[in-house]
Design a protein around this ligand. Structure first.
Ligand code: PSU
Ligand code: MN
Length: 304
């Protein structure tokens, strides 16, 4: 087993057997601009504490896998330039070479599982990109959900992705996609989409029981919980459609590919909406953190 450096609060929570929620770090380094990224990361951690659980932000720092960051480490990561974006393929190389990297959803799931953490909150997961039929650009996040037993709470998927194809891959791979409290699959900045969610559950206790049953049946993999953005924070899909189309055509024209695609699109959408996309993003991440804390507490209750 590789060495894991725990933050003091995560170490204490592990010893006490209390609820812990994992958080990713790519959203900090590649998903939001400085300084809002650091402010939001600290705020989301506090939301989890206020809900009665312990936050564990995950990153690789100088070759060491950190589960839970101290405040100064979070600050340093959020300001650092040229931090690597580390997914399943990159994480062992990053650790072996003593480098620093921010973990994607896939890499954060792997680290959470190594640390015995079963619940993870983020904003949006990676998925099948538009044009995947020629680019083959499908995020490793989707396959991680098939094999690593972590419940991921996200606000659905961004419209920068091909959402129907993303749902098809998850269905083929047997990943439960569960909308929280509504029938439709939420569309990140908008609470509703015109797609039905494959599954729907209405309480954190039910979500915890579903994950526990999956484990008891010996089925590998996790669950994707699609938690709609709070209504007062949503942006109508029609307002964003032209912005996304413009960002996408700029990415195509510049030949942006591979890992750079998602960060490029997020940055351009932030610029083109003059920050409105970020305000909504912050509201939904905080909302996901609160639900994840409730699920984590229910899982502890189930297993004690
Ligand atoms: N989608 C978002 N915000 C993000 C990401 C995705 O709305 O910050 C980040 C997450 O870390 C996710 C990663 O795991 O991008 C997916 O990147 P890729 O598509 O290259 O797998
Ligand atoms: Mn990709």
């Amino acid at each position: 087993m590789i060495d894991i450096q725990y933050s003091s609060e995560v170490r204490a929570a592990k010893a006490a057997g209390t609820a812990i929620v994992a958080l990713e770090s790519t959203i900090i380094t590649h998903g939001m601009p400085f300084p809002q990224n650091v402010e939001v990361a600290a705020q989301v951690e506090q939301d989890i504490r206020d809900a009665g659980a312990t936050p564990a932000t995950i990153a690789v720092i100088k070759g060491v896998l950190h589960v839970g960051l101290e405040a100064d480490q979070l600050q340093a990561l959020g300001q650092a330039k040229n931090v690597a974006k580390v997914s399943r393929a990159d994480m062992p190389v990053c650790i072996a070479m003593g480098q620093t990297g921010a973990t994607t959803v896939a890499a954060t799931m792997i680290a959470a599982d190594l640390a015995g953490i079963a619940v993870f909150a983020t904003g949006g997961i990676g998925g099948v990109h538009k044009g995947a039929e020629t680019s083959f650009d499908i995020s490793a996040d989707l396959l991680e959900l098939t094999q690593t037993p972590v419940t991921v709470v996200a606000a659905g998927a961004k419209a920068i992705l091909d959402i129907p194809k993303t749902l098809e891959i998850l269905e083929t791979q047997g990943v439960p996609v569960i909308s929280y409290g509504q029938d439709s699959f939420p569309a990140f900045w908008s609470a509703q989409s015109d797609l039905m969610a494959p599954l729907c559950l209405n309480s954190a206790a039910d979500i915890a029981r579903a994950q526990d049953t999956r484990r008891a049946m010996g089925l590998p993999g996790g669950q994707l919980i699609a938690n709609p953005i709070p209504l007062d924070a949503e942006i109508p899909a029609a307002d964003l459609a032209p912005v996304i189309a413009q960002a996408q055509s700029e990415a195509d024209a510049k030949g942006v590919s591979g890992k750079a695609v998602t960060p490029f699109l997020l940055q351009r959408i932030f610029e083109l909406t003059e920050g409105r996309s970020l305000t909504a993003n912050i509201a939904l991440v905080r909302n996901n953190a609160r639900l994840a804390a409730e699920i984590a507490k229910e899982l502890v209750a189930l297993n004690s």
